[in-house]
Write a protein that binds this ligand. Structure first.
Ligand SMILES: *[C@@H]1O[C@H](CO)[C@@H](O)[C@H](O)[C@H]1NC(C)=O
Ligand SMILES: *[C@@H]1O[C@H](CO)[C@@H](O)[C@H](O)[C@H]1NC(C)=O
Length: 298
């Protein structure tokens, strides 16, 4: 059923229409609904435009990063004001990597070009467009991905009563997961990996483990990056000789033999000295005996 407008309703509608005409400079700022997904190193466009497509040439166009926390430093990515770029306050890592499409501004297209995307560019951006009487903003998400290297494994040697193994992989974004498995696929990891971020924001991950001897002495370092749908495995076989049980014996022999030699030398010296002393005493006793016999014979 249609609603019949009463007198006050009519006044309201007229007022709204009037307001609309006065504020005809109103506009919407539109960004993409889906994230912009890109590989590190690409050039990308962060789409943003006005609706209706009025000129933005005389407006302020400000691109900035959405702060993750209050303590985040400067957030400006690109600023266009008074008809020109004004990037003195720009975040340093964006220096000379941003531009607007100057010919597109008059069509209300305030998209930003970002060159040579880095992992640190990952995150949310805001496209803020201001006229003298109105402003609007749109939020744009950028998802950077970087597939790193196949994990590299190595044997560190005897450690904590087992064998120390280490697995490393570089160049990832986002951060991948890393774990050590035995040949049955059971995790033998004992802690989280060590992670390090380089200046481009890419992750290096490193995972140490100490393993005991098994039937196969075969171990796998597994890297998983769910967002990138990547799984990489690197297998490692520990040669049986390394688990050789004579090794501790060899080590102890290395200590015991010199000690034995020293003890032996000390013992020999002791006996020689006492023997000599005894010999001396025997000699004296013999002489004494001879003397007594001699005197008796006299
Ligand atoms: C604005 O958009 C309309 C159609 O949506 C198009 O015909 C017109 O050329 C555009 N104006 C500018 C300045 O690009
Ligand atoms: C804005 O300009 C860029 C670069 O020319 C173009 O790729 C994009 O499609 C434009 N967006 C709109 C809405 O016209």
């Amino acid at each position: 059923m249609r609603k019949v407008l009463t007198q006050p309703d009519c006044v309201c509608v007229n007022l709204l229409l009037l307001l609309h005409t006065v504020n005809s400079v109103k506009f919407e700022v539109i960004g993409p609904s889906a994230p912009i997904v890109t590989d590190a190193g690409n050039d990308i466009i962060l789409p943003c435009y006005l609706k209706p497509n009025i000129s933005a040439e005389d407006m302020t166009v400000e691109w900035f990063r959405v702060r993750q926390s209050i303590s985040d430093p400067g957030t400006l990515v690109h600023l266009y004001q008074d008809g020109k770029d004004q990037n003195q306050e720009q975040i340093h890592s964006y220096k000379e990597r941003t531009s607007l499409f100057k010919d597109e501004l008059k069509k209300g297209n305030t998209s930003l070009k970002l060159y040579i995307v880095k992992a640190t560019d990952n995150g949310f951006y805001q496209c803020l467009v201001k006229s003298l009487s109105w402003y609007e903003e749109a939020r744009i998400e950028v998802q950077v991905k970087a597939v790193g290297s196949q994990p590299v494994v190595s044997i560190e040697g005897h450690r904590d009563g087992g064998m120390g193994l280490v697995c490393t992989s570089k160049g990832w974004f986002p951060e991948p997961q890393l774990e050590w498995l035995d040949s049955k696929g059971v995790s033998v990891s004992t802690g989280p990996p060590e992670t390090h971020r380089d200046s481009q924001g890419l992750y290096t991950v490193k995972l140490d483990v100490v393993v005991k001897e098994t039937d196969t002495n075969s171990f796998i370092c597994r890297l998983i990056q769910d967002h990138l749908n990547v799984q990489m495995n690197t297998q490692l076989h520990i040669p049986d000789e390394l688990f050789d049980h004579t090794i501790p014996l060899k080590v102890s022999l290395g200590v015991i033999v010199p000690v034995l030699v020293i003890v032996l030398v000390v013992v020999i010296i002791y006996f020689r000295v006492t023997l000599k002393m005894k010999g001396q005493k025997n000699k004296e006793a013999l002489q004494e005996m001879n003397r007594v016999i001699h005197e008796k014979g006299k």
